[in-house]
Design a protein. Structure first.
Length: 367
């Protein structure tokens, strides 16, 4: 399957570099080259005149040049317009007059021409070629009606086979190209859906204001870490944080101002933590920090750095802002057989509010 994919990209262009319509154009040009080469071989086998053989050779050369321009030089409109213009205004009248008109094999081509025009082009070029097809066919039908002798018929079994063969090949062409077009559309849509799903999943885990993890994600990660760390008895500590005087700041300066402060604090805190540490918004002006491989004293050092950063940001915005940090720290005791996560968080909360009762701007380790 990998070889087929590489061959397809080699012949039609990579989906990363070519649009769906451009790849469809490349496939049409490639098929036209193959069809003209086949027509040369068949016409030689049927003993057709040199003129008929030359028509096929010229067509193969024209479409080969357009294919190279489209694939190698990544041009779209010039080869597309030239390819369709030559087919509609050159080969359509020629084959119509030399191959039996409406009773010949070329009406197959005109149906397919309209379908592929709708796929390859948009806007004015689509309208131009679809209207052009109607005008050209109407003109040729009128000629056939007024002067039937202008049409060359070939009643032999060879000609009938020839027409049926081209009808089959062209029908196969349109089926393959339409399938390619919609398969590619489906693949693009599927990739976008996967991308949106990943983004939506990430957004569902994040707090929309600060970009930190939300409460649900914090609980999931904490549960997971407790299960992992309980096996090797490693240190794990939790810091529950509340911003002192933040409500007053909101009341005095407005909620938009308060949101900006929260966003800046969140950004600066994220820079201070180690890789592997986890921080999230617990709710309102409360935050939770999970510190793997840190005991209570190590967690205190981290909390002190976070506290200093809050003071720095508060003074930067306004000396009267007076936002500070109170924190409760709890170290998980893995000596116990059962770890009650709710009880751990309650201990951290009690330590936090003990600090707030003592005037705030305090870091308290739960007993």
């Amino acid at each position: 399957m990998g070889y087929l994919k590489r061959l397809e990209e080699f012949l039609l262009g990579s989906p990363r570099e070519f649009s769906v319509r451009h790849r469809v154009l490349n496939s049409i040009l490639l098929f036209m080259i193959i069809l003209f080469i086949l027509s040369v071989i068949i016409n030689i086998a049927l003993g057709k005149s040199r003129f008929v053989v030359m028509i096929g050779l010229v067509g193969a050369v024209i479409y080969l040049i357009l294919y190279i321009i489209s694939l190698k030089y990544r041009k779209f409109y010039f080869p597309a317009v030239m390819a369709y213009g030559v087919a509609l205004f050159g080969y359509t009248p020629l084959f119509w007059l030399r191959d039996g008109g409406m009773t010949g094999g070329f009406p197959y081509f005109l149906i397919i021409f309209g379908i592929l025009t709708a796929i390859v082009f948009t806007g004015k070029w689509r309208a131009f070629f679809l209207i052009g097809e109607v005008v050209v066919v109407s003109f040729l039908v009128m000629i056939e009606r007024l002067n039937p002798r202008a049409i060359t018929h070939c009643p032999s079994s060879q000609c009938v086979f020839y027409n049926h063969f081209w009808g089959f090949i062209l029908s196969l062409l349109v089926v393959i190209i339409v399938a390619l077009f919609y398969m590619e559309k489906f693949e693009v849509a599927h990739e976008k859906l996967k991308e949106y799903t990943v983004r939506l999943e990430e957004l569902s885990r994040r707090d929309p204001l600060t970009g930190l993890y939300n409460r649900r994600e914090l609980m999931d990660r904490l549960n997971f870490l407790i299960k992992v760390f309980s096996r090797n008895q490693a240190h794990l500590s939790i810091i529950l944080i509340d911003l002192d005087n933040f409500k007053k700041a909101n009341d005095n300066f407005g909620h938009a101002f308060g949101d900006r402060v929260l966003q800046q604090i969140s950004r600066e805190w994220s820079k201070l933590l180690r890789e592997g540490d986890i921080i999230g918004r617990w709710g309102g002006d409360e935050f939770l920090v999970i510190l793997p491989h840190a005991d209570a004293q190590g967690a205190r050092s981290v909390a002190e750095r976070l506290r200093e950063k809050v003071k720095e940001i508060s003074e930067m915005y306004s000396p009267d802002l007076n936002i500070s940090l109170s924190a409760g720290i709890v170290q998980v005791n893995f000596q116990r057989e059962y770890i009650d996560l709710e009880a751990l968080l309650e201990k951290a909360d009690e330590a936090l509010y003990k600090g707030k009762r003592e005037g705030g701007d305090r870091i308290v380790i739960a007993s």
